[in-house]
Design a protein. Structure first.
Length: 574
């Protein structure tokens, strides 16, 4: 540990510490003793689907500020809509949060834990004359609500007596009324300029079994009623929400103030949006249920499960969240930044291997038949401690089809008739001829010679071929399936275009190669292991792998356009 004292800014914040408007608010609250100097946040997902990368910002923010300020963060499931919620999602969300590197210790809770208390609070509002049972249908409620320019109209049931409202609400709980026939609404102001405050619904009748409470309840509270009360009951200090809840903050405050309860502070921040990406659980569900993708964890999906399966690391996603600053201004982050983050991370940690995606056989005619050499290859030039490995070399090899041209175009420096190239870690070879399929005329093999004096890739006479190719030894290679993933959409903004967002799905977002060949050391590569295939990109072992067949997903190609943009900006600023 360094004994150097960290530098601090003029406002007392340690140099390099995360800083944004939310953290500034929290620092001020601590300095003034608000909430007794406590910091207690929560991450409140609804278990109706898998988390996506947009949720990662909220996870990193809520758990992150709790860690930074010595506070606590709860994981609380907003399970108030049993028709859409499943235990599968509860378990998946917990796995995602842990995978990102966070834990809630013993602070796991569910809104359903508080159903009895929430019901009691609702009765208190009725007794205060601040809530009433309404018989309007959902369509009628919308009709009575008014518009942004016109005030709403009072429900004809708004002036029921406290006694009648209490009786009806208790009969709602007892299951006496049909689903959707009555609601409990707050009595606020139908002329409020904030439509949220025009007598919002607090409870509705829903005769659906709940994944935790079974058939105990037939009425369920809405999110706006539930969330603020759960925050209060759990002693939350800073309730961090995305911007769609900004207008709802007035209701959050009204409920707590009317019931005279402990009052956390709701603070809104902007979503994390990415180009070429749709972040909406409702729309992601359409892709899953419509068969456009293989499931919530399809590597093309922006879900954390999909990103994990594709090979993204939690560190890379946390880095993205730190680079895309928290603010109140909505902005769209170039997906190239996410790809840059994973490249930077895997460049440091991923072992290098050689894999040939579209193999073309090479026969080295002057190499002894039956001979095998083991050549030393570097595992990771960025990490000397990763050491080296031995790769077999023999008379027959595989190279990439695209690394040979019978009639090479200008500035094509790879293998061609009569041309010499370097094989990575091995020898110089020169193409002397081609072998064709007698029926199709397609090239099926190349004949070459090698220079024994160039072992290790250097020539004693100093000659330097302009191209270095990767390869694998044909008799030792492991056949593998490789899934090449591209962006799921053809346009950066599919939700802002005419028509349905699914109209812009990329028909080439997945290409499956079933005859790829990889080094023998990958025969038993564990599921989830990440590698750099030299000259290709970063790949991850897919869960579909079996002992007989390894399946690799392309995480991201090697080419980093974001890094080029970043370097150009840095040079421009000098």
């Amino acid at each position: 540990m360094s004994d150097k004292t960290p530098e601090t800014r003029s406002d007392g914040v340690e140099a390099g510490a995360p800083s944004d408007f939310i953290r500034d608010i929290i620092r001020e609250d601590i300095a003034t003793g608000k909430y007794g100097g406590r910091v207690h946040t929560r991450f409140p997902p609804e278990p109706n689907g898998h988390l996506h990368i947009g949720h990662a910002r909220s996870i990193c923010l809520n758990f992150g500020v709790a860690q930074e300020f010595g506070g606590k963060c709860n994981l609380r499931f907003d399970d108030t809509n049993p028709s859409k919620e499943e235990v599968e999602y509860v378990e998946a969300i917990q796995e995602d949060v842990r995978w990102l590197g966070f834990d809630w210790d013993d602070r796991l809770s569910f809104a359903s834990d508080y159903f009895e208390q929430l019901y009691a609070f609702a009765e208190q509002l009725i007794l205060k004359g601040k809530a009433y049972v309404c018989d309007l249908s959902p369509d009628e409620v919308r009709e009575y609500r008014g518009t942004l320019t016109e005030p709403g109209r009072n429900s004809p049931y708004r002036d029921r007596s406290i006694e009648e409202n209490l009786d009806l609400f208790r009969r709602m709980r007892a299951g006496e009324f049909p689903e959707g026939s009555r609601t409990l609404r707050a009595k606020i102001d139908m002329a409020s300029p904030n439509i949220v405050m025009r007598d919002p619904v607090l409870y509705r009748i829903m005769k659906a079994p709940h994944h935790r409470t079974g058939d105990t309840w037939v009425i369920y509270p809405l999110y706006d009623f539930t969330h603020c009360l759960c925050d209060s009951l759990e002693g939350i200090t800073h309730s961090l929400c995305t911007l769609e809840f900004e207008n709802n903050r007035a209701l959050y405050d009204w409920i707590l103030d009317t019931l005279e309860l402990y009052h956390p502070q709701q603070i809104e921040f902007a979503w994390l949006l990415l180009t070429y990406t749709v972040l909406s659980k409702r729309r992601l569900r359409q892709l899953v249920e419509g068969g456009y993708v293989s499931g919530w964890d399809d590597p093309r999906m922006p879900t954390l499960a999909g990103l994990r399966r594709r090979g993204y690391t939690p560190e890379s996603i946390r880095t993205l969240c730190s680079l895309a600053n928290v603010s109140r201004a909505i902005s769209v982050v170039d997906i190239g930044l996410l790809e840059h983050c994973i490249r930077q991370d895997l460049n440091q940690r991923a072992p290098r291997v050689m894999g040939v995606l579209r193999p073309l056989k090479v026969i080295i005619d002057n190499y002894p038949e039956g001979q095998v050499e083991y050549l030393e290859a570097i595992n990771n030039p960025e990490d000397p401690s990763a050491g080296t490995r031995q790769v077999p070399f023999s008379r027959e090899l595989y190279i990439e089809q695209e690394d040979f041209r019978e009639e090479p175009p200008p500035k094509y420096y790879r293998l061609a008739p009569g041309r010499e190239v370097r094989l990575r870690y091995a020898y110089f070879i020169t193409c002397t001829g081609v072998e064709r399929d007698p029926n199709s005329g397609e090239i099926v093999a190349l004949h070459c010679t090698y220079d024994p004096a160039t072992r290790g890739g250097d020539a004693p006479d100093g000659r330097r071929p302009k191209a270095t190719l990767h390869w694998v030894s044909a008799p030792h290679a492991v056949q593998a399936e490789v899934r090449l993933y591209d962006r799921l959409y053809t346009v950066p903004d599919p939700l802002d275009r005419e028509g349905d967002f699914k109209d812009y799905l990329n028909p080439h977002s997945l290409e499956v190669l079933t005859d790829a060949r990889v080094e023998p050391g990958l025969a038993d590569a564990p599921v989830g292991a990440r590698y750099q295939f030299e000259r290709q990109g970063y790949f991850c072992v897919d869960p579909d792998s079996t002992p007989e067949r390894r399946v690799f997903n392309l995480t991201v190609p090697l080419r980093d356009t974001w890094a080029k943009i970043e370097r150009a900006q840095q040079q421009k600023g000098r």
